[in-house]
Design a binder for this molecule. Structure first.
Ligand SMILES: [Mg+2]
Length: 329
């Protein structure tokens, strides 16, 4: 095969990465970013993306910019890169020192539509669907809707410190999950990696609670990296991945997702509810009622056939209206 100097956007290639005396191979394509390449490398080496330094002659500086597209680099299948980085043994400690959370940004309505409908972004989603598996911890249940939950700042304050992680859990978490489970299958999707998701949810007692079961856990490998004109490259959580994997159970009409970062919904804006972030757990623990109020909302809308024509930004007034309606009947 002729060795191309640069890669086409949809062209796939297998790169060899040397790390700690061993060689690993990863599959990427031209429209992937350096950040995505690092996630693939993390999958096989356990070295977190932010801990990786990639070395290759002449392009080392570009490889330190996570937003650079691989098709902009002179890569071909025969090359071997070197990675320098250390596995974190203590992933709890690591999490405290996790990558900076970029403040949420609002994308304009037009731009959201644009990003969602861009062929290159749809193509990215298709590729993610091909490459990513979702392991079910518990079977999908016929007739249930789907609730997808973020972890950091949604269910847990990952930035505060405590001797016991339970002190950082959002109040009423188990009550919320138990009540939601009556009407919804529950998936948890975090932008970190699976080891941490399992550990954190295990510590909070979410994975063995007798009152509900978690259908699946998803991590950063299920996310896609998108291009936007105003904010450059960013990651999102495309629900289309779940809908493609379980079409007989979940779709745009019966799915709702809670996240404190609105941009995570950009591929499915009608399905996202931006939750008030749970921060400074020690101070806010006694007053945070979000999960109690959101339980009412979830149960109130569970009777609808189509959730996608709701405006989840107005969820609080929806509860107020529906309790008024109940009083009047
Ligand atoms: Mg979050």
């Amino acid at each position: 095969m002729a060795a191309a100097t640069t890669l086409g956007t949809e062209e796939e290639l297998t790169l060899t990465v040397k790390w700690s005396g061993k060689e690993y191979t990863v599959r990427v394509c031209g429209e992937d970013t350096v950040g995505e390449l690092k996630r693939r490398i993390c999958e096989v080496t356990d070295v977190l993306p932010k801990r990786q330094k990639l070395l290759y002659p002449k392009i080392a500086s570009k490889l330190s910019d996570d937003s650079v597209l691989l098709c902009q680099l002179p890569l071909k299948s025969s090359i071997k890169m070197t990675m320098i980085g250390t596995v974190e043994d203590d992933i709890i400690v690591d999490q405290v020192d996790s990558p900076e959370i970029i403040d949420d940004f609002e994308l304009g309505q037009d731009e959201t539509v644009d990003i969602k409908d861009k062929e290159v972004n749809k193509q990215k989603l298709r590729r993610r669907i091909d490459l990513c598996n979702i392991d079910l911890r518990n079977p999908c249940r016929q007739g249930k809707k789907l609730l997808v939950l973020d972890i950091d700042y949604t269910l847990f304050d990952h930035r505060s410190t405590a001797e016991n992680p339970l002190e950082l859990m959002r109040p009423y978490l188990h009550e919320f999950l138990s009540a939601a489970y009556a009407e919804y299958d529950i998936m948890i999707w975090s932008a970190t990696r699976m080891k941490w998701v399992e550990l954190k949810m295990g510590e909070l007692g979410v994975l063995n609670n007798p009152n509900y079961e978690i259908t699946a856990l998803l991590d950063h490998l299920a996310m896609t990296t998108l291009q936007s004109d105003s904010h450059g490259v960013f990651d999102c959580k495309p629900l289309g991945l779940i809908w493609a994997k379980f079409p007989e159970f979940y779709n745009a009409k019966n799915t709702i997702m809670f996240d404190d970062l609105r941009r995570n919904f950009v591929m499915n804006p009608q399905n996202g509810l931006t939750i008030k972030p749970f921060k400074k757990a020690h101070a806010s623990r006694d007053s945070d009622q979000e999960l109690v109020k959101l339980t009412q909302y979830l149960l109130a809308i569970a009777e609808l056939d189509d959730l996608s024509n709701l405006d989840h930004n107005k969820w609080e007034s929806y509860i107020a209206d529906s309790s008024k309606r109940r009083r009047n009947t």
